[in-house]
Design a protein around this ligand. Structure first.
Ligand SMILES: [Zn+2]
Ligand SMILES: [Zn+2]
Length: 155
């Protein structure tokens, strides 16, 4: 379904759905993950060995400008990489572990409330929202506590 929606919205914007665009959109749509450009390039190449890096990066940019994918930095938890996900997804916040890089998604009513409140308070027409929450996941909290203990003993 998502691909059909994507196709028609591309058509609306007068963009031709070329083969490499379709490959990338499908990868982004179906992965359910937040893939960076390099991973997308590697996956796309499995489907079309003729694809080169420049084309993939250019296509991603085009999809972003066309409003089909969202580009995220996820708090730069692993450097300067940017991650891509479809815009078809329901609004959600990203919860990023700054230690192990795990990314969780929060789909909650409060996000819609924030949106509504901002629209009302600022008379703002919202086109795009992005919520990121950084911290330590449950596993990393335990590991961090152990590391801090060990450091204290070592000192
Ligand atoms: Zn973690
Ligand atoms: Zn997401």
């Amino acid at each position: 379904m998502a691909v059909e929606t994507t196709k028609s919205s591309l058509k609306l914007q007068g963009v031709r759905l070329t083969r490499q665009r379709k490959i990338l959109l499908d990868l982004i749509d179906k992965s359910g993950k937040h893939l960076d450009a390099e991973s997308l390039y590697q996956l796309a190449r499995l489907q079309d060995p003729k694809l080169n890096r420049v084309t993939v990066y250019r296509t991603l940019k085009m999809l972003k400008v066309g409003g089909l994918v969202d580009e995220l930095d996820l708090m730069h938890h692993s450097g300067d990489q940017h991650y891509y996900e479809t815009r078809m997804k329901r609004e959600h916040a990203h919860i990023i572990c700054l230690r192990c890089g795990k990314v969780e998604e929060f789909f909650g009513e409060p996000l819609l409330q924030i949106r509504k409140q901002v629209e009302e308070m600022f008379g703002f027409q919202i086109l795009l929202t992005r919520t990121e929450i950084g911290g330590y996941c449950a596993t990393c909290q335990v590991q961090r506590a152990q590391e801090l203990d060990e450091a204290a003993v070592g000192a």
